[in-house]
Write a protein that binds this ligand. Sequence first.
Ligand SMILES: Nc1ncnc2c1ncn2[C@@H]1O[C@H](COP(=O)(O)OP(=O)(O)O)[C@@H](O)[C@H]1O
Ligand SMILES: [Mg+2]
Length: 498
Amino acid sequence: MRIRTKHQLITAALIASVVVSIAAMVIHTQRKMLKTQSLQRLSALMEGAARIAKESFDSRDRLMAISYLKFLQKEHPELAFASVSYGGHVSNIGEESDGLIYLESSAFPAGKPVRYTISAYPSPSGAATGDLQVSTAGVSLSVSGKATVAIEEPPASLGVSVRLGFVKKMIDSEVERALDPLMRWTAGIAGGFMLLSFFINIWVAKLLTGPIEMLAKATGLLAAGRLDVQVPVRTKDEVGALTASFNSMSGRLKELVESREDILHTLTHEINTPLNGLKGYLELWQDGKLPPDPEQNRHVIGTMIVAVLRMETSLGNALSLFRAENKALSKEELRPVQVEEVFAQTLTMFAPMAREKNITLVPLHKAIKGCVTAPEELIKQIVVNLVSNAIKYAQEGGQLRVGLHDNPKELMFYVSNTGRGIPPEDIPHLFTKFYRSHEDRASGKRIPGTGLGLNIVRRAVKALNGRVYVTSKVGEKTMFLVRLPKAAGKISDTGAGL
Ligand SMILES: Nc1ncnc2c1ncn2[C@@H]1O[C@H](COP(=O)(O)OP(=O)(O)O)[C@@H](O)[C@H]1O
Ligand SMILES: [Mg+2]
């Protein structure tokens, strides 16, 4: 069942119960009031009958009371029974029965003495001594000890009494009849109110669940691959916060997917060229068409190694970017890394590429050593990317120089090369993903590359809490300097993303 329907049902039930209880309360109070009124009316009838009976008794005209009661019965059909008693002589009109409400009134003739009998009885525990005084002020009885006092009512035979019996059913139905219009009104108002609240309820439910429904729809679209889906935030409540979170989630997801697509696209393009070159040379080799001259052969093999290196660097960069997007750096990966060895391995690896361009490599002096506690993979990424750039962007016959400096607090190393240099306007963007200098982006004498290398260098250096600097003189040389703190504890437990 939809939240909207549930909300509507619950609210409708609540409103209905409130409306019904209010209506029931109003009707109950009204019924009570009407009943009191009708009893008051009966009492008034009773009073009138008693007055007439007394008058008739005083004037010794019995017929007067009886004919008045008959007249009353005619006027008021609910009066089913009436009786008048004169000094014990009773005249009945109608029949006594169970379903009647009886009212009774007695009166005594004026001026006649009324006899009271007052008796004091000793209590069971012992005799009570009493003192009875009769005076004009009245009768006073003082008793010490326990006593029971009984006061005798004057005998009915002395006075006149009237008894009226009204049909309860008729009185009740009279009340119900009087209540009828009120009930109709109440039902009408309650119905109208419920109808109104039903529409208000629909509107409120729509207001509350509308954004949730939109969010649910957007989630469905996102699941179906529509990563650009965004939901307008219309409220400042929890649903608004949820919608904002959804928007940032879908935005981040889009960014991630697009970044991966970009990396994949660049990688495919970047790997295709050296792969085709490699394939071409291998086919020549297969067909026995490689030049017989060993010097020329060496050149072919050198070109093939360069192609493999290019593919390896591009692949390594892409992989580390993919990994960096999911993984945080952990302390378990930290171990002492001999940086001079990383340099030595990298320079050996890139030697054929340098040879291709007749670049002179100035490696570290054998005595120079430098150790840093870090994941070895990160140090390799930094060194490989800086060295490969230096060879790539050095001019034919240029020079590549590396340096290392170790002190107790930090380790510094640089990679510098002669060559065209980097224009100052490119410097601020160098470390941005996919950024390549204008010259390298332009077709024609395009130097192959993905624009990922320096971004990876920056991420790796940042993960190690270090810094990377670049200085360049256009037409002369470029130098990248890296400073890494030695304290391994500087890498946080949660890990800095690469
Ligand atoms: N040693 C360097 N000399 C001159 N330009 C460089 C050097 N290193 C990097 N660059 C410039 O920085 C850009 C970004 O480098 P990088 O991120 O490694 O990407 P890629 O090497 O794939 O082009 C390069 O395109 C190049 O223009
Ligand atoms: Mg590069």
